[in-house]
Design a protein around this ligand. Sequence first.
Ligand code: ZN
Length: 261
Amino acid sequence: MNLKSVLALMIFMGMTTVTSASQITLDSGHSRRSPGAISCSSKHEYLYNQELANTVSVSLKKAGIGVKLTTEHSHEPSLAERAALARDSDLLISLHHDSVQPQFITRTRQGGACSNKASGFSVFVSARNPDYLKSLEYAKRLARSLKAKGLTPTLHHAEPISGENRKLLFPELGIYQYDELRILKTIKTPAILLEAAVIVNPIDEQRAASQSFRNVIADAILETIKQGTAPCKESCQLPSPHSPVHISPLLPALTSPRQQP
Ligand SMILES: [Zn+2]
């Protein structure tokens, strides 16, 4: 069978191949001018994103993987600049920290935004990305690796309320399909977006602020990238329609004085 026939057969069977990525673009979400979410301790999300991106970048470079940071030429990269940087990469990972809808947030006197509504990580893919199946495979590898390291996914983005209602592809892995996420749908390479922790949650924020947490995320990303050439017969298949999702119960009420309004 010639190469053309093999490729045709793979497409027919819904298979795709994810190879070991050697050039990664790390997108540190948001910027000083557009800082993203505000945490329970009133720290801006983009600072958490930068700290995490820097740790992941160092870790990947040490492992011999080429890394480009979307903020390496400009502290305020436009979406077009972010996409352009990723052009020759095998994978773009957009790093973010999560929040919840405003009705679940209590403001503190210090300007923080606190909530016990949700906790954990989530991974997003866009079906409008031209390499959707590869993106999905990377998302699954990352979520599995994060879970193996003791982290848990949050399902609150699937709640049927305004601002959420995202399509939860794999509840056990916290992987969502969000087609309109601009950074994911705009670029031509496989792309995933990681919400590493819910920084309005004081327990999650404490974790997110620690170097050990950043190291765990960096290790999981490194494992995701280094899994080598792997035809992913079943795991690359699109998920079948899932049954209604059970939203995880609320965490215990906030207790630290710092978190009180
Ligand atoms: Zn964000």
